[in-house]
Design a binder for this molecule. Structure first.
Ligand code: PEP
Ligand code: MN
Length: 264
């Protein structure tokens, strides 16, 4: 199997405009849950870049649980992402929900994100396999590590080797947190695969107070990077406010992560 350690012993290192993901580098992807407007995106991009994030995240097509909730700005959001990324010298990651949107998103994004709800959308995975752009595949909320690796296999078998995995929490009996981050999956993936894995403690916990501690746990456990939701004013966010960090909280987390990385 292409994603397995047996097939390839050395860690895969994915190059995104010079930013290296995998193989002992640690990257931070940060930004709002949704791109809400130009100003909030630019302000957030500026602040997360200053704090040390190299990849800008933001949803333009949002997989919301309710169809009556904010669904994202679509192409307008993609344009803001690209403009902000040029302004602050970052790369863009954004979600693709539907194979019909690949061509459009390809014009604006540096990394395609496949959301947890689409981890086993095999039509989407096969189509992404025909592009050569990196794909970050988020673990489905009821997927085992093997399910995740087989989903990655769909992309690679279709021709695209540039797959990044992401742990974003799974559903368990615990409801105090939104999801339960499975820290185990980090060493599991390192044993079973050569692909990089990112930890998303924002969706993984759903609680602002938990985002930092669990991001640090992921770093210590060997993750190749972290995805963090940041918002200028989380109480007014159109999505995922309760798990979004304020700028000063993100700054504090980044200094903690840097301390650990220097200590290594
Ligand atoms: C996201 O990162 O924007 C997102 C919707 O996450 P997930 O697919 O993990 O729920
Ligand atoms: Mn979100």
């Amino acid at each position: 199997k292409f994603a397995s350690r047996e097939f390839k012993q050395e860690d895969t290192i994915i190059d995104v405009n010079g930013i290296k993901i995998g193989g002992g580098n640690f990257v931070v992807m940060a930004g709002p849950c949704s791109v809400e407007n130009r100003d909030m995106l630019f302000e957030t991009a500026k602040r997360v870049k200053e704090a040390g994030a190299s990849i800008l995240r933001g949803g333009a097509f949002k997989p919301r649980t309710s169809p009556y909730d904010f669904q994202g700005l679509g192409e307008e959001g993609l344009k803001y992402l690209k403009e902000a990324a040029i302004e602050y010298n970052m790369a863009v990651i954004t979600e693709v929900m539907d194979a019909r949107d690949i061509e459009l998103i390809d014009k604006y994004a540096d990394i395609f994100q496949v959301g947890a709800r689409n981890m086993q959308n095999f039509t989407l995975l096969k189509e992404l396999g025909k592009t050569d752009k990196p794909v970050m595949l988020k673990r489905g909320m009821a997927a085992t590590v093997k399910d995740l690796l087989m989903a990655a296999e769909y992309i690679i078998a279709s021709g695209n080797k540039n797959v990044i995995l992401c742990e974003r929490g799974i559903r368990t009996f615990e409801t105090y947190t939104r999801n339960t981050v499975d820290i185990n999956i980090i060493p599991s993936v390192k044993e079973l695969s050569h692909l990089p894995i990112i930890i998303d403690s924002s969706h993984g916990t759903g609680r602002r107070s938990h985002v930092g501690p669990i991001a640090l746990a992921g770093l210590v456990a060997g993750a190749d990077g972290s995805m963090i939701e940041v918002h200028p004013s989380p109480e007014n966010a159109l999505s995922d406010g309760p798990q979004s960090l304020r700028f000063h909280e993100f700054d504090e987390l980044m200094s903690k992560m840097k301390k650990y990385l220097e200590f290594e």
